[in-house]
Ligand binder design. Structure first.
Ligand SMILES: *Cc1c(COP(=O)(O)O)cnc(C)c1O
Length: 496
């Protein structure tokens, strides 16, 4: 049995329980207890196709769960193009790993296609026949991908909270028109941090009171605090490296750098886990928008969330408290749960903590960090399109800009892969305005215009939004989240 432990050092459990509960009772996040010992066969994984690599990685992390190959196959079937689910494309001299060819057009689909099946398999393993209520805060993309993944999955129900004025028009419509009998979507008056904090508090309060448990309802999360969200994302670092080998950009064991548009630090942490498993990764370039808390952290060692959250054209990265940094701190301190607990306490009480100089040096061996302001994001989209014909979404543009800065300042000479995290059509108005250098009209017309400008066809699910019925109009304050959850839970219990 594989054991998982909490990053705050006072809890451990089976991998099935870690998957089902999402977050540890001491408030920490789960990671496997055994350190990476070099037993993962990296070369064998690089020879596999997408499904094969994914199954191998998932088996490595969740050996207690049976039938992983079938689980992976059925998760991705009909949702991604099996021939090339995450294509590595070259535009100019840049490599872009396109992670947005799933059902909701952002990288979250890679993991959220698998998570529902991981969860139901883990529940079966535990003999748990409760209703699992998925509680999710979203800055825009997680919500839709989670709704799509969990829609009508037996034994589950999902409620999503999004910042009412902090997501793009397409993102909002994608969520409020979601189909399915076990889903609910609520807007929150506030920003993403208000949503995330409100959801975490509701989670803790409802678990402590036991009122849902009594009714046979367990809570879980589809946010990247759930280890089942992180592990499937490791796969694309492997497949990207394999693609670089195939097209002669590098030879084993030369290293590749990855620029990762970052918000909650989940995607980039998956890259760090890939590196710890033995994949030849050079630097992970932590790319932030003007919410540059992480850039400052990797430069100075001080994490300071005491500032206003700024809304940007890359809303999925508008975050001040990046949850998964906790996992990095745990691993980089040699699994010092006490130290992590102290840092997280200082973060929640004072809004700030500082790591030792020695720890900072260690982090800098694996990470570089840059940030990209709003004007620079727009400028990058425009210039990159002009130069290469490639239309990047604003999140990807942040990665492109930070990759350029990295090469200018630290130039490693290694191939740099920029993770392309969303379809530009999800942010049609911003992208159109950037490419044209003038304000866009807003509304569905922008999608058609962007089709003309880019020569690409908008994904079907986005073209059809215009006609879809809006099912969810509720908006609440951050302190209304708990009530929304209990009301929804009661209804789902009555008519499962
Ligand atoms: C979620 C998201 C990110 C940030 O990923 P994290 O794992 O939260 O760091 C970047 N770009 C897009 C398009 C996203 O949806």
């Amino acid at each position: 049995m594989k054991t998982y432990e909490s990053t705050r050092g006072s809890y451990s459990c089976s991998c099935a329980e870690a998957l089902v509960s999402g977050i540890a009772p001491d408030g920490g996040l789960f990671l496997p207890a055994e350190p990476e010992d070099g037993s993962f066969d990296v070369r064998a994984c690089l020879e596999k196709d997408w499904n094969g690599a994914a199954a191998m990685i998932l088996e490595h992390f969740f050996p207690d769960l049976e039938g992983m190959e079938e689980l992976v196959r059925s998760s991705y079937e009909g949702r991604f193009d099996p021939a090339d689910p995450v294509p590595l494309v070259k535009a100019g001299d840049r490599y872009l790993l396109e992670l947005f060819h799933g059902p909701t057009y952002a990288f979250k689909d890679v993991a959220l296609s698998v998570l529902p099946r991981l969860l139901t398999t883990a529940k079966r393993e535990l003999g748990d026949d409760s209703l699992t209520l998925i509680l999710t805060a979203t800055s825009g993309d997680t919500g839709k991908a989670a709704l799509s993944g969990f829609m009508d999955v037996p034994g589950t129900a999902i409620i999503v909270f999004y910042p009412a004025d902090g997501v793009s028009e397409v993102q909002k419509l994608q969520m409020t028109t979601q189909k399915g009998d076990n889903v609910r979507v609520v807007g929150v008056k506030g920003n993403f941090d208000d949503c995330q904090t409100g959801v975490k508090e509701a989670f803790a309060a409802l678990n402590a009171s036991g009122e849902l448990k009594k009714e046979g309802i367990g809570l879980s999360s589809a946010n990247s605090i759930n280890i089942g969200r992180l592990v499937p994302q490791i796969t694309y670092y492997f497949t990207a490296y394999a693609a670089l080998m195939r097209n002669g950009a590098l030879n084993w064991p030369e290293k590749a750098d990855f620029a990762v548009p970052t918000g909650n630090f989940g995607d980039i942490l998956a890259g760090y886990l890939a590196k710890r498993m033995g994949l030849p990764v050079g630097k992970l370039i932590c790319s932030s928008n003007r919410n540059d808390v992480l850039t400052e952290f990797f430069r100075t060692g001080t994490y300071d969330r005491r500032r206003e959250l700024r809304l940007t054209s890359s809303p999925s990265m508008d975050i001040l408290v990046s949850s998964n940094l906790e996992r990095l701190l745990y691993l980089a301190t040699g699994r010092d749960g006490g130290a992590v607990r102290d840092m997280m306490r200082r973060l929640s009480e004072d809004g700030i903590y500082t790591v030792s100089g020695e720890l900072l040096e260690r982090l800098k061996e694996d990470f570089s960090a840059y940030s990209c302001g709003e004007e620079q994001t727009m400028e990058t989209i425009r210039r990159f399109h002009e130069r290469t014909g490639y239309v990047a979404d604003p999140h990807t543009a942040v990665g492109l800009y930070c990759a350029d800065m990295y090469e200018k300042e630290e130039g490693s000479g290694r191939p740099v892969v920029v993770l392309s995290t969303a379809s530009p059509f999800k942010f049609a108005s911003s992208v159109l305005a950037a490419v044209r250098g003038e304000k866009a009209a807003g509304g569905p017309g922008d999608i058609k215009e962007l089709e003309k400008v880019s020569g690409l066809e908008a994904p079907e699910g986005i073209r059809e939004l215009e006609k879809a019925e809006i099912r969810f109009r509720t908006v609440c304050g951050p302190d209304g989240i708990r009530n929304e959850v209990t009301e929804f839970a009661k209804r789902e219990r009555r008519c499962p």
